[in-house]
Design a binder for this molecule. Sequence first.
Ligand code: UD1
Ligand code: CA
Length: 448
Amino acid sequence: MTKRTCLSIILAAGEGTRMKSALPKVLHKIAGLPMVAHVARAAESAGGEIALVIGHGADQLRAAAQSFAPDAKTFVQEKRLGTAHAVLAAREAIAKGHDDILVMFGDTPLLEPDALLQARAELAKGAAVVVVGFRTDEPAGYGRLIKENGALVAIREEKDCSEAEKKIGFCNGGLMAIAGEHALALLDAVGNANAKGEFYLPDIVGIARRQGLQVVAIEASFENALGINNRAELAEAEAIWQRRRRRAMMLAGVTLIAPETVFFSHDTEVGAETIIEPSVFFGPGVKVAAGAKIHAFSHLEGATVGEGCDVGPFARLRPGADLGEKSKVGNFCEVKKAIIEPGAKVNHLTYIGDARVGAGANIGAGTITCNYDGYSKFFTDIGAGAFIGSNSSLVAPISIGAGSYVASGSVITENVPDDALAFGRARQRTMPDKGRELRERRAVAGKK
Ligand code: UD1
Ligand code: CA
């Protein structure tokens, strides 16, 4: 079966007005990735080419597709006349003569590659049309699978169902597989004589049956069919996605103390033996190596965390934060676009941005790299083994030499050479007895 060629057609021309959004529905995100991109990923894992049918918001979709499916061909459905009509927008791609045609909806982001592969397997066994169904106690709104003597004979949309048919709980999940050799003939035979006056893709089931072709229904979980129409359903899908990913992480050797409070992105990578404490959020682009500890209430995005690192609690790692082995970024610290070399410690209430912190350096509490003058960003270089005293401001561009010391409370505006000691603060003056004199003077003044 691996020799069979495949075309996946993803329908994404819907208006999606129920999202109440200027963004096309299928570009709303699950785990930081547009839902249509989740569908494209599933399609990729089934193999073959991808055709994306777009309509409403075509320019935005075309631009987004550049990043999530750069090889996909886009086709525009000018008028929204139904799902069969939408598939035919990709006529040119279908006519190329693939063995298997898969049709999926851009708004069903939890589709599993397994369902696609199963459907392809049925085509390989000789089916002309394969429907992926699911069972539900609340079938309202879905197309019902109509069977006679155990065989699927038609799919009937809700609005065209009789009262008896409305009680059927076996529904069309939306994913359909069509044998390439019959695809165009079946699709061209679809009419629009139904309650909505649309060209319905599911009608190819009845058409194929009448032509004596084999039609098969397979069953997948409800999640495969979960279509997103509003933001409440978007959140439901997010919750299911997160549950799946937390479980996969734990089975791969990551400890989640309170899994239901940890949120991953579609591309989060975490090594085995890493412990993630409660309430941690991963934005896109995070890689955590093995044996790290991410303490509670940390927020990571676009960051790399090396082996055995310690992060948080309450740490914020922003894009470009790159933590070397066994380094530490502690509570209430923010790191952005900075390399923290192995074993360095940035432990308390500190901002490190546009910087390098050399191996084994120690950054005292409240240290700030002053990297921005309102127009440009400037770089701070801190050498290996340097010690930055608490509450220091390092005004970039600046370089602090290896093995040097910066006195607490310094404002450093000039480069510090290796092994130097730099004071950047006013010298303290202490006046004996002046405190008592001041107190007595104030007390007399207060009585007047
Ligand atoms: C569809 C199925 C129904 C199935 C359900 C599963 C049809 C006629 N009905 O119903 O049997 O149970 O999905 O969720 O297929 N689209 C276009 N162009 C169009 C029409 C639709 O691109 O002209 C796209 C939409 O953007 C959407 C998908 O096709 O991604 C499904 O269309 P939708 O109108 O949501 O169909 P349902 O009523 O949900
Ligand atoms: Ca739908």
